[in-house]
Structures are given as structure tokens and as C-alpha cells.
Design a protein around this ligand. Structure first.
Ligand code: PEP
Length: 257
């Protein structure tokens, strides 16, 4: 499989976002054969979802959200229900992004509950994991990632659902630094092994997919998508330009069926 996911974060105002999606849709329609293996997801801010869901309603591009709450209704000021995302045809939700973990104290206890809620509401979670530069320099990289996955996913009833796990080294996000593609492959194998151990009764091949995120662009996407265990990318900065995001999707498309 192949998932190319745009995370707009808190960038692009509504008009800019609408223009980008319209431009991207035109390019995608013109060259649809070059995108046919790709599950493309655009995750705008909450306030843009309604308008963008209308534009995407007759296209193959999926809509995603950047977060959600773990309950569907109630006294939770400022939160967004998974049901409402579903009403807007959101098929994916990014959970546990490092920016939320670092700036808003979101931890994997919260993420765990959100993953359960996403699966119950038929939304595919994109779980973000990644070590900081300090953790890495202390030799804790593997430990940190395995621990994050354990906390987020243990005890989850996977049923027939899919979960995407985006390996995003925190120090590579938005910095222009991209790690050695062989290291991305190595981490994808560790992550897959961990999920095999956690969901030992499942054939996770059809259910768990590992993605990479961290300064991905159209120049470096091919360097890691060539590995069979890496099945997509989560893209921040480079997804804010329709043409650049389109080029990334097109290049990623060649590698997977
Ligand atoms: C991200 O936001 O998850 C991300 C990977 O950002 P960027 O591509 O800008 O590094």
C-alpha cells in the first residue's frame, strides 16, 4: 500500500487551503494514471474541513483531521468529536503528533484513548512516534519508539481496522534534515516487529502500515519509498504547495501496487 498524507498544521488560511485543494484536484484528475496506487490524504485545520470536504467529495483524495477527542459527546470544552469528523467524511486522523506532545502535554495515555475512539468510529488513525535529538544521543532511540507504540496500542482490539504508524524523528521535522534512508528502513522493521508482537493473533500485513515523516519533499521521497516496509509518508511543509505535493504523490506512486 501507499499513503501520502499532507499535514497542514496551522498553516494556510481557508482561502489558501481551498485554492490549494482545487489546484491539486485539477492536477490529480489530469494525471490520474500517475496516482492510481496512492492513497492521498489531506489533513487541513478543523475550521477548513467542511469546505474542503465538499471540494473533495467527488475525488479519490481522502480527507483527514489533525486531532480529535476520545469521547463522542459531552462537557469537553474546545474538543472535537470523532462522530463529527465522520459526518464530514474524514477517513483518517493524525494522533500523537510530536508538536501536540511537546507543546500541549499530550501523552500516549491520551493517544491510546483516541486510537480506540477512532477505530470505534471507523476512522483510520495515523499514530505518530519519534525520538528527540537528546533521546537519540543518549542511545534511547529504539527504546523510546517501542515504548511509545506499546503505550499507544497495547490492549487495542484491532478487529479488521487499519492503523498507520508514522515514524517521525522529532529533530527531522521542519528542519530540512533527513535521516539515512537505511535507518528509516531499520526503524520500520522494528516498528513492524513490535506490532507483530502486540497483535500476535492477527496478520498485521493487511492492517498495520509504517510511514516516514520529517522534511520529506519531492527530492528525497524516492530514497526511502523504495523499501517494501515503508508504505507512505507524512508531509508537513512540502504539502503546502499544490505542485510540490502533487510531485511527491506522483513519485511515491511508482513504488507500491
Ligand atoms: C509533520 O508535520 O509531521 C512533518 C513531518 O513536517 P515536515 O514535513 O515539515 O518536516
Amino acid at each position: 500500500m501507499n499513503f501520502t498524507i499532507a499535514n497542514w498544521k496551522m498553516d494556510l488560511d481557508l482561502n489558501q487551503g481551498v485554492d490549494l485543494v482545487k489546484d491539486f484536484k485539477k492536477m490529480a484528475e489530469r494525471e490520474k494514471d500517475n496516482l492510481d496506487n496512492n492513497n492521498i490524504v489531506i489533513a487541513p485545520p478543523f475550521t477548513h474541513l467542511f469546505s474542503i470536504s465538499k471540494i473533495l467529495s467527488d475525488s479519490k483524495v481522502f480527507l483527514g483531521a489533525q486531532n480529535m477527542f476520545w469521547e463522542t459527546k459531552g462537557d469537553f470544552t474546545g474538543e472535537i468529536s470523532p462522530k463529527w469528523l465522520k459526518d464530514l467524511s474524514c477517513k483518517f486522523v493524525i494522533l500523537g503528533h510530536s508538536e501536540r506532545r511537546m507543546l500541549l502535554n499530550e501523552d500516549y495515555f491520551h493517544v491510546h484513548k483516541k486510537i480506540i475512539a477512532a477505530l470505534e468510529n471507523d476512522i483510520i488513525p495515523i499514530l505518530c512516534v519519534g525520538e528527540t535529538r537528546i533521546q537519540r544521543n543518549k542511545g534511547l532511540k529504539e527504546y523510546v519508539i517501542l515504548n511509545q507504540i506499546e503505550n499507544a496500542l497495547s490492549g487495542i482490539d484491532l478487529k479488521d481496522s487499519k492503523i498507520l504508524i508514522a515514524y517521525e524523528p522529532v529533530w527531522a521535522i521542519g528542519t530540512g534534515l533527513i535521516i539515512d534512508p537505511e535507518e528509516i528502513e531499520y526503524m520500520s522493521r522494528i516498528i513492524l516487529q513490535k506490532t507483530i508482537d502486540l497483535f500476535s493473533d492477527k496478520n498485521i500485513k493487511e492492517q498495520i502500515y509504517v510511514l516516514y515523516g520529517g522534511s520529506v519533499d519531492s527530492d528525497n521521497i524516492e530514497s526511502f519509498m523504495k523499501y517494501p516496509t515503508i508504505e507512505g509518508a507524512l508531509i508537513g511543509g512540502a504539502s503546502l504547495n499544490a505542485k510540490e505535493f502533487f510531485n511527491i504523490c506522483k513519485k511515491a506512486n511508482q513504488f507500491k501496487t
